[in-house]
Write a protein that binds this ligand. Structure first.
Ligand SMILES: [Zn+2]
Length: 1012
């Protein structure tokens, strides 16, 4: 194959001479731009370079920046650890090997420093590698102090001239992160070689980067997933003719969604990268991904852009992105483009940490083969089509290697670094300006602050929300005295076309005031990181008319709503004058207020009630089935009554959960039932584990224990009731039709797909599950076992697609799923309304609840077995037949006395329609009232459905059941249309699941049955 032929100078010179010569070379350039070319005087590592050429499949898949490797006498190349060059076929290093190499660099070059930045959930290390001139690395602290002043303009009194002086001296930090997505495997070797180049190369182009800025690299973000991916790849190499198992687990909890955690910061990798980014005061966070050919800078994507980013940033995206395309186009590299379908609305992506902290977020998609095999790749027509933003598109069919991918990644990064360095004064000034505009926000666009009142009935959830902000480096204050603010006038909604509501809309609304008690939390917007707080706490609105018809991710996330916590957006600038103090650490103090033998804890649907139940194994806990009063205190339905627990033990258990335990002299007269620590099976499939991973992490964080079993295990346990009280079957996600759950992966051909530790796969199991063959699903045995579990009294809890599954196998008679025609709810926050406050599942909840919804499913009820429920259009559309009289009085037939038309039984969308007398006649299909579905929450009316995000065609799901408890046999199937446990963002709906768990053997409490 043809390779780029370049003159090599295999003569070694002394370092000083080399430095002088190359300096002279750079000065000789006339136009001030430094040529992206190697220093002809620096020796090349010939053997390494020859392999680079060998593994590059086309001469145009490389660039003058990476088609050689400079030689060094003292610094080892990646080959020392890899046994071959970066990007070589069949070479995929474990994170440990990557670190070993980075530390070799550190040991042999004064231009490299390695920092440990934290551990993963499975205890693996994460690192950040800083590469710069020895001088810059020596002055890290002084430089950090400079950058800190730009990052927090309050420290220099927002003085632009002072900022200019600092900008002139400061060395910027460009942070690169690799392989957060484990099957996207190229970044670690690309970054190893990039680190070597930045440390060793004496070409003016590279030297300018090294001397002018600090490149910070986290070569492996998802370390647990990387090690599993390398395992899989090694298994593939030793079984070359077999299919290899799909990477079902990446991190301990989630897969692809590890790049959707930058709002909730639930995962360690997010927290570690966020802390590193904020600690270094970096200007850029550039995250490397692999999917589309050959290099897609998706930062400058399509609209809508996130509404909380500074327009200065969106311009920076375009500047850097298009310059990047231009540079690589000039190298003759095809398939480099920016723009495209990505919409930049959600701030959940890892790179968005920078966008939300006054930096620059960047993301590359390069072309990867999901391993280190060299493969012939054929593209879809839309991928090789030429468009306005892709003038030099990829080729329809190519031989593609990991080296090609590494060439693109490194070339893109090096041209970015160089361009950034050339314009660093501009970007540093922008960094300052964005921070300054964050600080001056209250006087500009506002708001002035967000207030979380001290008397929120859910102090534990409030503390959890504040802890998210704390992780996001947001400053939180607390009012030392009560205060009052003026709330803005609410603009009246548009008058309805039919003029029905016009009267009440006529009265102009007056500004209102609001009092907040002392101790209320104030999130000031005159702080450098006000942007992220504003983005998380504000409301989102995505118009159904937006030209963007395919939102890339969630459209709404308002954290106060999803946490079930009160958050008030305050525009009144007086709130900033309230006397307040900074909160160093968030606590939700709780405690026991006196001695007693019985203690009562009010139930406000705080998830930590479950923590308490499992923590106090020996205590006996009862739930009150009705509200009661004791000692002048009001307790809601579901409140805990604890016995057999010492005051000291209880005090310790609740001290940071925000609960007040109040001694009561006697058990209240209301009915109670025991709250037992249910034995939980948590079921996953071998199809996908991501959606359930968010449930797992929530239960783990709450200290709720469970057995983690697969559908295959369910099929092998004939008596599930002997081991479990509750089976949680959280959403599956991708490929999750009911038949897929039952059948699993295709197994009539191919080979077994093991997911277990073997010599080639030592890291696969981690703390998750294992199997000899991932392919079998639940099977009909498993279906039978689940049926028998529920029939014998077990509680099966399902959500979204597993609810569909439960309904499709007939586990919940009287509930059907409708097909959406126009409904479009793309990861939005929607309104739900309480229907049955007596159900234990509703304990602690208010009438209104905000929930996370992603298009349903749409449940409908029927009282007739096997019938499909739904809107009964007939009765409502035709109130009377054609005949005499008006709409309201009866027709009559000539020559016969008039008869009254019997009234049709009327039912709301969320109610079981009562069977008619005709239907009841000898009808074994009529479901007895005690067996009918019990709706706990329904979706709000259409006009109140949208809380945050996008709702289109909402009438299809409005008012339909959202959470349903279906008595089946002696047990229950609890069906969720919403996803109550999602991305660490929906704490407000966790208790719907936890209540079902805690009250598993009393779910019929408070049930009122229909008459017929
Ligand atoms: Zn990715």
């Amino acid at each position: 194959m043809i390779r780029t032929a370049r003159a090599r100078v295999p003569i070694f010179r002394g370092f000083v001479l080399l430095l002088m010569l190359s300096l002279a070379g750079s000065a000789a350039l006339a136009d001030g731009e430094t040529a992206p070319a190697r220093d002809p005087k620096q020796p090349v590592d010939d053997a390494y370079t020859a392999k680079i050429h060998k593994y590059t499949t086309q001469p145009f898949f490389t660039s003058p920046l990476v088609d050689y490797l400079p030689a060094s006498k003292s610094v080892p190349t990646p080959e020392v650890v890899l046994g071959d060059v970066a990007g070589a076929p069949a070479v995929l290093p474990y994170a440990e090997d990557v670190y070993k190499y980075m530390r070799l660099l550190e040991g042999n070059s004064p231009r490299v420093k390695v920092f440990s930045i934290g551990k993963t959930e499975e205890g693996r290390e994460m690192i950040a590698v800083a590469i710069s001139s020895p001088e810059n690395l020596k002055n890290l602290e002084a430089n950090r102090a400079r950058l800190a002043k730009l990052a927090d303009p309050r420290t220099i009194r927002l003085d632009d001239e002072e900022a200019d002086r600092i900008v002139a001296q400061a060395v910027p930090v460009y942070y690169i992160t690799g392989t957060i997505h484990s099957p996207e495997t190229g970044a670690p070797t690309a970054l190893m070689e990039l680190a070597y180049r930045l440390a060793v190369d004496e070409s003016p182009y590279i030297r300018e980067i090294r001397d002018g800025m600090i490149t910070l690299i986290t070569p492996v973000v998802e370390v647990d997933g990387r090690d599993r991916m390398v395992d899989i790849y090694r298994w593939h190499l030793s079984h070359p003719k077999d299919f290899y198992p799909p990477l079902i687990y990446w991190g301990k909890y989630v897969a692809h969604d590890n790049n959707r955690d930058a709002m909730g910061v639930t995962l360690k990798l997010t927290e570690n990268v966020l802390n590193t980014y904020v600690f270094w005061k970096a200007q850029v966070l550039h995250d490397l991904h692999e999917s589309v050919p050959y290099l897609y800078d998706n930062t400058a994507g399509d609209g809508p852009f996130n509404a909380w980013v500074d327009p200065i940033l969106t311009d920076e995206w375009e500047m850097i992105g298009w310059r990047n395309v231009s540079d690589m186009t000039k190298f003759g590299m095809p398939g480099v483009f920016t723009h495209g379908v990505f919409d930049t609305w959600s701030p959940g992506y890892l790179m968005f940490i920078a966008a939300m902290h006054n930096g620059i977020s960047r993301l590359y998609e390069t072309f990867g083969n999901g391993g280190a095999d060299t493969l012939e790749r054929t593209l879809d027509p839309q991928d090789y089509a030429r468009t306005w933003y892709k003038q030099n598109p990829p080729l329809p069919k190519v031989l593609w290697s990991q080296r090609d991918n590494n060439n693109y990644e490194q070339t893109g990064l090096l041209t970015s670094l160089h361009y950034f360095n050339e314009n660093k004064r501009l970007f540093l000034k922008n960094f300052y300006l964005k921070a300054k505009r964050s600080v001056t926000k209250p006087g500009a666009e506002g708001p002035a602050a967000y207030v979380l009142p001290a008397d929120d009935p859910r102090p534990g959830s409030q503390a959890e929300l504040l802890r998210v902000l704390e992780k996001q480096a947001v400053e939180i204050s607390r009012a030392t005295a009560a205060f009052t603010v003026t709330l803005p006038v609410k603009k009246s909604a548009k008058p309805k076309k039919d003029g029905k509501d016009s009267k009440e809309k006529d009265a102009p609304a007056a500004p209102t005031t609001r009092n907040f008690p002392a101790g209320s939390y104030i999130v000031r917007m005159d702080q450098p990181y006000s942007r992220i707080a504003d983005a998380l706490l504000d409301y989102q609105y995505w118009s159904p008319d937006d030209p963007q018809k395919t939102p890339y991710d969630d459209t709404g996330w308002t954290f106060g709503e999803l946490f079930g916590v009160e958050v008030t957006r305050v525009t009144d600038p007086k709130v900033l004058d309230v006397t307040m103090e900074r909160v160093k650490e968030i606590h939700a103090p709780g405690g026991v207020s006196g001695d007693g033998t019985i203690y009562a804890i009010n139930n406000n649907a705080e998830p930590s009630l479950a923590t308490l139940r499992y923590k106090l194994h020996d205590a006996s806990i009862e739930a009150a089935e009705e509200p009661f009063e004791s000692g002048g205190k009001k307790f809601s339905r579901g409140s805990f009554l604890l016995r057999n627990v010492s005051r000291a033990e209880l005090n310790t258990a609740i001290s940071d959960l925000g609960f007040q335990a109040i001694p009561v002299s006697a058990m209240p007269s209301v009915k109670t039932h025991p709250v037992r620590a249910a034995r939980i099976a948590f079921v996953h499939t071998w199809l996908s584990t991501q959606a359930e991973g968010w449930w797992r992490i929530a239960l783990d964080n709450l200290g709720v224990p469970y057995d983690y079993i697969s559908t295959q295990t369910v099929s092998k346990i004939s008596d599930l009731n002997a081991k479990y009280d509750v089976i949680l079957f959280p959403p599956v996600g991708f490929f999750s039709s009911p038949t897929a759950v039952i059948n699993g992966l295709p197994s009539t051909w191919g080979n077994p797909l093991p997911w277990k530790n073997t010599p080639e796969t030592p890291n696969l199991v981690g703390k998750n599950d294992s199997t000899d063959d991932m392919r079998p699903g639940l099977g009909w045995e498993g279906v039978g076992n689940l049926e028998s579990f529920v029939a014998k009294g077990g509680v099966l809890l399902t959500a979204t697609d597993t609810s569909r599954f439960a309904l499709s196998i007939g586990l919940a008679d009287g509930v059907s799923v409708g097909n959406a025609q126009k409904l479009k709810i793309v990861g939005s926050v929607v309104g739900a309304r309480l229907v049955d406050s007596r159900s234990p599942i509703a304990y602690g909840y208010d009438e209104k609840l905000s929930v996370y919804c992603d298009n349903g499913p749409i449940f409908s009820l029927s009282s007739i077995s096997g019938a499909r429920g739904g809107r009964r259009l007939g009765g409502e559309m035709h109130t009377r037949p054609t005949g005499r009289g008006t709409m309201d009085d009866p027709d009559f037939t000539i020559g016969r006395p008039g008869v009254e038309v019997p009234e049709e039984p009327k039912a709301e969308m969320w109610e079981n329609p009562l069977p008619t007398d005709e239907q009841l006649h000898n009808n074994f299909r009529v479901i007895p009232p005690a067996n009918r579905a019990r709706v706990i929450f329904r979706y709000a009316d259409n006009k109140e459905l949208l809380v945050s995000g996008l709702v289109e065609g909402g009438e299809e799901i409005a008012q339909h059941p959202a959470v349903v408890d279906v008595p089946t046999g002696s047990g229950h199937v609890v069906l969720f249309s919403i996803n109550p446990v999602y991305r660490g963002e929906t704490r407000g709906t966790y208790s719907l699941v936890l209540n079902a768990i805690l009250n598993f053997d009393s779910l019929n409490a408070g049930r009122q049955l229909a008459e017929k």
